[in-house]
Design a protein around this ligand. Structure first.
Ligand code: GLC
Length: 625
């Protein structure tokens, strides 16, 4: 126990930490806040509350903050491996996830992305993204205490926890929405209400639809108050009005509350959408960047150990600005969405030229920018590719999107894929695709046909794509189940709440029955799990995989083959990937001696023959002087 004077010394030391961080940032914080809101009173309230949240922050988290402040690059190495999962799909609830941490550790995972677990109305939850209460865990998943317990258990194992922060909208059952429905002006002003249909029509002219077929329209009629409310996602997800400083302040408090439960990475869901202006597409507006910068400053003051991950599923020119600048950073991490989509394009076309260009583009960005690399996530894949580049090969956007969807449906391009369409928009001819990595790679078809040769080939493709993912700088993230080749789950069709949303196709329950089979090196599960672990260990071991390594591509003299080089501090590694199902040969001018890090054989970097979907990870041998 500390006595009175020790306690006050400790408190003043702690207050000093907060005060120092605040005084370093207050000018910019105030400037941005007042520019946006012109409201000193609300700004003062914000600062006061930041102090309160800092005071409430646990000792262990404060220690972690100090450590991470001193080691600012703590998340920028080559030792992070993420996995995203829904607690209920994985193991019933938050306690269940805690019980299974040893499995995650065995899979090498040290960044756990827990999909949204907040209270949501049953049947109108959008997979957890329609939040009813930002301070309450959905009852079947547990309680807030379980979250704190889980994050603490993760920290003991050196696992960071990532959580979604659904900041663009609330559920129409959220307390604010319920009060707005009674006609309370204060709460109506937290959303976008219009009694004039003409204005909604004007918005519709410039605002593209997010879910054109499952939830058409950008507005919903609210009978109780005879007004339209803006709902860009589903009708039950009401867009928050960030023009109102009360909304900003309260959402920041919710974010800090979450951070104080031990969450290390906060995923800013749908962040490009948070600011709206009539006459614009209401995406990526300048004020969004002001808000993200404000949040960055606030977290740097209250909880500097916490990282911001922006969910920006946009074309590359729109994604990168969310990093901010090196002097005035916004998000710490962003998704490498275009690379992900380009990978699947490459699978369907067996032509790696677009992917090569994409790797070169990312390689030119400052090395401070950290991307999350992934093959699949809980959402569909939209075909946001560089069609300007593809045009030189005679590829036209609409026809190509159709081809890609048909390929992953398994009906064109000699495909073995199994997938389903998501949100086709008859007005634009656009559509997206859903399915698991394994099903896209042909494992589902091959297993159902009991075709051993096809199974091996599909596993080879699946492993190669993961090897490519691990070749990139940043944080690789596995979608739960992919490590054992989990296939599409069609059972969602029998659930009326989910049947119209094909994203549930790849949100099936984790198959613990199949997981058991991984003990056998002959099973699909065992082969995949084992090969992925081997690759992850190679990534961890070699400094050429550090995020600040040089990255480039090489001409392999074959369109189906992608060659990615990495160099750091005397270590040079090449990844050579054959995206065709047929044997191909890469030709290099290099001639140096390279060690195949998987087979341990010496390989001259000249003529490299690769079986269909084969890849090599080659490290330059340092020859004796
Ligand atoms: C994000 C989520 C997606 C959700 C949407 C609306 O894009 O990833 O699943 O439907 O936000 O919150």
């Amino acid at each position: 126990m500390l006595d009175g004077s020790e306690m006050s010394k400790k408190m003043s030391k702690e207050t000093k930490v907060f005060d120092d961080r605040l005084s370093e940032r207050i000018d910019e914080l105030r400037w941005l806040y007042i520019e946006l809101y012109e409201n000193d009173w609300m700004f003062a309230e914000l600062i006061g509350q930041m102090g309160v949240f800092y005071g409430d922050r646990g000792e262990d988290l404060k220690k972690l903050d100090l450590y991470r402040e001193e080691h600012r690059d703590w998340y920028k190495k080559n030792d992070k491996l993420g996995m995203m999962l829904y607690a209920d799909r994985f193991s019933k609830n938050l306690k269940g996830v805690k019980r299974h941490l040893s499995y995650l550790a065995e899979a090498g995972v040290n960044v756990l992305h827990l999909m949204p677990f907040f209270d949501t109305p049953k049947g109108e939850s959008d997979g957890g993204f329609a939040v009813k209460d930002f301070r309450k865990v959905r009852s079947d998943l547990g309680e807030m205490e379980d979250l704190s317990d889980l994050t603490a258990a993760c920290h003991r194992r050196d696992i960071c926890v990532c959580s979604d922060f659904v900041m663009n909208h609330t559920s129409d059952q959220h307390e604010w929405a319920l009060k707005a429905k009674t006609g309370d002006g204060e709460y109506m002003s937290r959303y976008y209400f219009f009694d004039n249909e003409e204005i909604t029509r004007q918005y519709d002219e410039t605002v593209p639809q997010v879910f054109p077929s499952t939830a058409p329209g950008n507005f919903s009629w609210v009978e109780e108050v005879n007004h339209f409310v803006m709902t860009r996602f589903h009708g039950y997800q009401w867009d928050l009005n960030y023009h109102n400083p009360r909304v900003f302040n309260e959402m920041v408090y919710n974010l800090l509350y979450l951070a104080n439960r031990g969450v290390d990475i906060i995923r800013l869901d749908a962040v490009p959408y948070i600011w709206k202006e009539l006459g614009t597409d209401c995406r990526n507006l300048l004020q969004v960047h002001t808000i993200v910068r404000l949040i960055r400053l606030i977290t740097e003051i209250v909880c500097p150990g916490v990282l911001l991950l922006g969910e920006v599923v946009m074309e590359p020119e729109q994604v990168v600005p969310y990093f901010g600048t090196v002097e005035k950073p916004e998000c710490h991490m962003l998704y490498n969405v275009t690379t992900m989509a380009s990978v699947w394009h490459t699978v369907a076309t067996r032509d790696a030229r677009l992917l090569r260009k994409q790797i070169d583009t990312v390689a030119e960005l400052p090395k401070e920018y950290i991307f999350l690399n992934y093959l699949r996530c809980h959402d569909d894949i939209g075909w946001g590719l560089d069609y300007g580049f593809l045009a030189q090969f005679g590829i036209e956007e609409a026809a190509h999107k159709k081809y890609l969807n048909d390929y992953f449906l398994g009906i064109d391009g000699y495909s073995n894929s199994r997938g389903e369409i998501y949100n086709d928009d008859p007005s634009t001819g656009d559509a997206r695709i859903c399915g698991t990595t394994a099903s896209f790679c042909g494992i589902e078809k091959a297993v159902s046909e009991k075709d051993e040769k096809a199974i091996s080939k599909a596993i080879d493709l699946d492993v190669m794509l993961h090897a490519f993912m691990l070749m990139q700088s940043g944080v690789p993230v596995i979608y739960s189940g992919d490590e054992i080749g989990q296939q599409n789950d069609y059972s969602y069709k029998n659930d009326p709440e989910k049947a119209d949303d094909s994203r549930y196709l790849h949100r099936g329950k984790f198959r613990w029955d199949l997981e058991k089979k991984r003990a056998s090196g002959k099973s699909v599960e065992g082969r995949l799990f084992g090969r992925l672990r081997e690759l992850e260990k190679i990534r961890n071991k070699h400094k050429a995989f550090l995020s600040d390594a040089d990255v480039w591509t090489e001409n392999a003299a074959n369109e189906s083959i992608l060659c990615v080089g990495r160099y750091h501090d005397g270590e040079k590694i090449y990844g050579v990937f054959n995206f065709s199902e047929n044997e191909k040969t890469a030709w290099f001018d290099n001639g140096g001696a390279y060690r195949d890090l998987l087979s341990r054989k010496l390989v001259p970097m000249k003529e490299i023959k690769l079986e269909g979907y084969e890849f090599r990870i080659l490290m330059e041998e340092s020859l004796p002087d």
